[in-house]
Design a protein around this ligand. Structure first.
Ligand SMILES: Nc1ncnc2c1ncn2[C@@H]1O[C@H](COP(=O)(O)OP(=O)(O)OP(=O)(O)O)[C@@H](O)[C@H]1O
Ligand SMILES: [Mg+2]
Length: 630
């Protein structure tokens, strides 16, 4: 890379840096140092190398001047050759140090990225479900990626830029002044003529650059959202593809325009910089040459001055934008720390334990719950990426009391939005209750470790999520150490073995994004197989509301029968057959349990259950006593 384009890159980056003038507290500085500590010795080595390189860069022009003087004075040949060898030696040394410096700075930079990335990943993974339901994943991921990279820049590039350039600048100016202060001052006068308009031009460009970044982000979002199986399906069914294309094209066109403008500004900048330093060199030749003719300067001094000058302009322009650069790198650090500081709402209490051995009773005791609002689970600075939801804070469950004895199957029924899935999420502690308690085997879930709950409770969610992985990969999630025959056993019991055997790739078949390559019923049976493999003591089943054809229905039903045997279960039921199999049915309406009992008892009571039964379940082939309908 030429000096000019390095300088350009630095100015360019400072233009695009967020114009933040916040004061950085000592804490941030301290934490940065803590992250830097493991790289301490490499950092010191790097700074020392930068100083040596700068000194070498100044030494060569001075030696070149001495060569010219030796020639003019008609010195002995071996003096000239000696100087030339010295210059060659310095060049070799400089190359070696350059390689070493690059190795050190990339070790530091990449090491820092590694540390920050793993810290952020570990932390975000521990965030509760609420965080992810508030945050747009793509935006969060790209944001963290960019900020992590921005943060490491503070160490490798900025540090080397500032330290190296500063040393180089001071040394060069001192040496030049020592040779001829008049020529040096004249040459430097030209600099502001160039730097001031360049910076003004840069600032104006920064605005359009940010606009381009916004457009790029919007296009990226549009693509990731639309180019997934569910998104593409939605667009095909409801979308207006022409309008989407037009919108996309308009953004892409604007980005192209901005690209042309950026290229022109960049070229103008580099050309101007080259021109100014060429003019300054002309000044050195003119003024310095005249002084040499007067005998005030040596010919070698003129050569040394002109060579030194070429090494002056790049560090000067780079330093002019150093402050903004350092600031923007620090902002990146703060953004990363901000995410690291976000306390997970749900974490293990000190002394949290395991679920007692044996069958487990599940109990909800006067549970009240509201979904946490955005400000509790997300970040102010992530606000731009969090879909702002005003629903948070409203109580969804108003005093739920429910008990599933060990081995019992409890069915929850009720209208859509009544709070059934919410109850299920509380039992597996995806959220914490606001009042009351959820207990497993008599122990409050808040006194259990996350690992203990994961081990004891298996859940099949309403949407039956699968990872974009093979069938094997999705099954092994439940029990990584499972043997081949365990997998097939689970598949057989989930009534899925025949299908998997008929697939050309068998267990290695990749199910596609979110399992879109399987039918709804197959997907459900695969999630049930996963549950069977896990063999949890408590099963929570959130039946999919979508009705299946009768063959799939029968298969899913049989799979469910297997899953529930001998386990405590809470089943959110939309199918009469599941409900009939339950030991206890609880009717949930508006966040309350309005009725509890067996199928026969509730029908006899003639309340809400009977109403639901008539409207929702009777056509399932239910044998509703005619006398009750009229
Ligand atoms: N993440 C969330 N944040 C805020 N409110 C939510 C969230 N999830 C659900 N709700 C609200 O909580 C209430 C209960 O929802 P829930 O999902 O428990 O209903 P449900 O009984 O499972 O309904 P369905 O039978 O349709 O699945 C609804 O009013 C819903 O809008
Ligand atoms: Mg639900």
């Amino acid at each position: 890379m030429s000096m000019e384009s390095i300088a350009w890159n630095q100015v360019y980056r400072s233009m695009n840096a967020p114009d933040e003038k916040r004061a950085f507290n000592k804490q941030t500085a301290g934490r940065i140092l803590r992250f830097a500590r493991p790289h301490r010795s490499r950092l010191i080595g790097f700074v020392v190398l930068s100083v040596i390189s700068a000194a070498l860069a100044v030494a060569t022009p001075v030696l070149a001047g001495k060569v010219v003087n030796a020639i003019v004075a008609g010195d002995r040949r071996d003096v000239v050759v000696g100087l030339a060898l010295l210059i060659a030696g310095l060049a070799v040394l400089d190359a070696g140090f350059g390689l070493l410096g690059r190795w050190l700075s990339s070790r530091i930079g990449e090491g820092l990225i590694l540390d920050l990335r793993t810290a952020v990943f570990d932390h975000v993974q521990r965030m509760p479900v609420a965080f992810f339901s508030r945050t747009r994943t793509g935006a969060l991921v790209s944001r963290l990626n960019n900020d992590v990279i921005g943060a490491q820049r503070a160490f490798s590039q900025t540090l080397s830029g500032v330290v190296g350039n500063l040393v180089m600048l001071v040394l060069t100016v001192v040496v030049m002044l020592g040779i001829s202060w008049q020529v040096t001052l004249l040459a430097l006068v030209l600099l502001p003529v160039f730097v001031v308009p360049a910076r003004r031009m840069g600032r104006r460009l920064a605005g359009v650059q940010r606009e381009a970044a916004d457009h790029n982000a919007a296009m990226g979002n549009q693509m990731t959202e639309r180019f997934s199986a569910p998104g593409a399906t939605l667009v095909k069914l409801f979308g207006r593809p022409e309008q989407e294309s037009a919108e996309f094209a308009a953004r892409a066109r604007r980005v192209a325009q901005i690209g042309v403008r950026t290229a022109m500004v960049q070229t103008t900048f580099v050309t101007a910089l080259t021109l100014v330093s060429a003019l300054a060199i002309a000044v050195v030749y003119g003024v310095g040459g005249s002084l040499a003719l007067n005998g005030t300067l040596d010919a070698g001094d003129v050569v040394a001055l002109s060579l030194l000058l070429t090494r002056l302009y790049a560090p000067l322009t780079a330093l002019a934008s150093a402050r903004v650069e350092v600031m923007s790198a620090l902002v990146s650090f703060e953004r990363v720390f901000e995410v690291l500081d976000l306390e997970p709402l749900i974490k293990d209490r000190p002394g949290a334990g395991a679920v007692p051995e044996g069958p487990v009773a599940v109990e909800l005791d006067d549970v009240r719950f509201a979904y946490p609002s955005a400000d509790k689970v997300s970040l102010a600075s992530l606000e731009a990426v969090a879909t702002l939801d005003t629903r948070g804070g409203e109580e969804v469950l108003h005093g739920i009391t429910l008990r599933a004895e060990p081995g019992q199957v409890v069915a929850l029924v009720g209208s859509s939005g009544a709070g059934k899935s919410t109850i299920a999420q509380l039992v597996s502690r995806l959220y914490d209750v606001d009042a009351g308690a959820v207990r497993l085997a008599g122990v409050d879930v808040r006194d259990l470790t996350a690992e203990a709950i994961r081990g004891a409770v298996g859940m099949v969610t309403q949407d039956g999520h699968l990872f974009h992985d093979s069938i094997r990969g999705n099954l092994l999630l439940a029990r990584p150490e499972a043997a081949e025959e365990d997998l097939w056993d689970a598949l057989t019991r989930a009534r899925l073995a025949d299908l998997v055997r008929s697939l050309p790739d068998g267990l290695e078949t990749v199910v596609g994004e979110r399992g879109y390559r399987l039918s709804g019923g197959e997907r459900q049976r695969l999630t049930i197989a996963r549950l069977l493999l896990k063999q949890p003591r408590v099963v929570i089943l959130d039946e999919a509301t979508a009705s299946l054809d009768s063959t799939s229905e029968a298969a899913v039903q049989a799979a469910l029968g297997e899953a529930l045997v001998g386990r405590t279960a809470i089943v959110i039921a939309h199918r009469l057959s599941t409900i009939r199999a339950a030991d206890l049915i609880a009717v949930v309406e508006d966040g309350r349990i309005v009725e509890q009992g067996t199928h026969a008892e509730l029908l006899a009571a003639g309340g809400r259950y009977e109403e639901l039964y008539v409207t929702q379940f009777a056509e399932d082939g239910g044998d509703l006593p005619r006398s009750r309908v009229s």
